[in-house]
Design a protein around this ligand. Sequence first.
Ligand SMILES: Cc1cc2nc3c(=O)[nH]c(=O)nc-3n(C[C@H](O)[C@H](O)[C@H](O)COP(=O)(O)O)c2cc1C
Length: 171
Amino acid sequence: MDNLFMRHSVRRFKNTEVEPEKIEKLVKAGMAAPTAGNQQESRFIVVTDRDLLEKLSKCSPYAGCAAKAPLAIVPVADLNGAKFPEFWQQDLAAAMENILVEAVSLDLGGVWLGAAPLEERTDYLTEMFGLPENIKPFAIAVIGYPEKPPIADGRIYDMGRIFYNGYGDPA
Ligand SMILES: Cc1cc2nc3c(=O)[nH]c(=O)nc-3n(C[C@H](O)[C@H](O)[C@H](O)COP(=O)(O)O)c2cc1C
């Protein structure tokens, strides 16, 4: 569980490639996430090509860090045959978090760049990868070896955000 609490967004990376074995572990972690009805509609576009990383960095005004990263993983949903297609974004969010937490355990770091449900961003990714109608891009996980070692920022456990047996006075 320490990996969970050590996870922080990393946007600056060393100029070091991520090894194929580690990329496989990251994708495996994504696939280990729960999906509605176990529909397993998640697919993972692994991007290591410099030009494509540069293009990903233009997906939104907040995606610039992709340009200098060695790796991005773009989870997409294949809605063909999905039993519960309305849950695809939740399924892929779980996959994203798994990938980012697994990155910590591999001495990597990363950041979630949001795309869905913002159409201008999902349209950008759809066009960039030439995705067919049934394939829905979700977000971009930018990953690499952190430029600086991660530090715990002391984010606190906030009792005021917890409500027992209903939403009233905090616990
Ligand atoms: C749905 C979602 C979308 C996000 N989009 C971006 C983004 O476009 N660019 C970015 O730099 N960080 C993005 N982030 C990362 C958040 O800014 C970051 O998680 C938050 O500031 C908390 O910091 P931490 O990850 O270090 O705990 C996103 C995170 C989530 C969950």
